[in-house]
Design a protein around this ligand. Structure first.
Ligand code: UDP
Ligand code: MG
Length: 139
């Protein structure tokens, strides 16, 4: 059902720096169709829950602080092989390791403030999409 969809967030650093338009343009130009889209802000509880898998990691507190400090753009994207192709488009978690032309290479400052989120599996894409969007917000 969701094998052709993935979930993304343009994180607070990308929004603060005015990169919403450029990143969405790149996403569209790479063949993804935007099927849900909103500007929103995560609460501490939202971020702790969204990133619960990382709650034992040393960077968890900073991650929650970062992801809640300002608005994000949440979106659901549709394309053949969406999850894998979008991870390729965003590049490695650490922008220092990200390939040329990837979103993180272009717009991320550091491994922590790395501009964009992309789901890592079809299962998580569905969970993360439902976290941010109701059925009537998905097209
Ligand atoms: N992160 C961090 N320090 C690290 C690893 C990750 O601050 O050493 C943050 C970073 O914002 C990353 C998020 O935690 O995007 C989730 O980490 P994950 O390993 O899932 O990376 P992603 O799937 O986003 O590439
Ligand atoms: Mg991840």
């Amino acid at each position: 059902m969701t094998t052709n969809r993935t979930f993304t967030m343009l994180k607070p650093d990308a929004v603060e720096k005015g990169h919403i338009g450029a990143i969405l343009e790149k996403i569209n130009a790479s063949g993804f169709r935007i099927v849900a889209l909103k500007l929103t802000q995560m609460t501490k509880q939202d971020a702790e829950s969204f990133y619960a898998i990382h709650n034992e990691r040393p960077f968890f507190g900073e991650l929650v602080e970062y992801m809640t400090r300002g608005p994000i753009v949440a979106a659901i994207l549709e394309k053949e092989n969406a999850v894998e192709d979008f991870r390729t488009l965003i590049g490695a978690t650490n922008p220092a390791d990200a390939a040329e032309g990837t979103i993180r290479k272009l717009y991320a400052a550091s491994i922590g403030e790395n501009a964009v989120h992309g789901s890592d599996s079809d299962e998580n894409a569905a969970i993360e999409s439902a976290f941010h969007f109701s059925g009537r917000e998905q097209f």
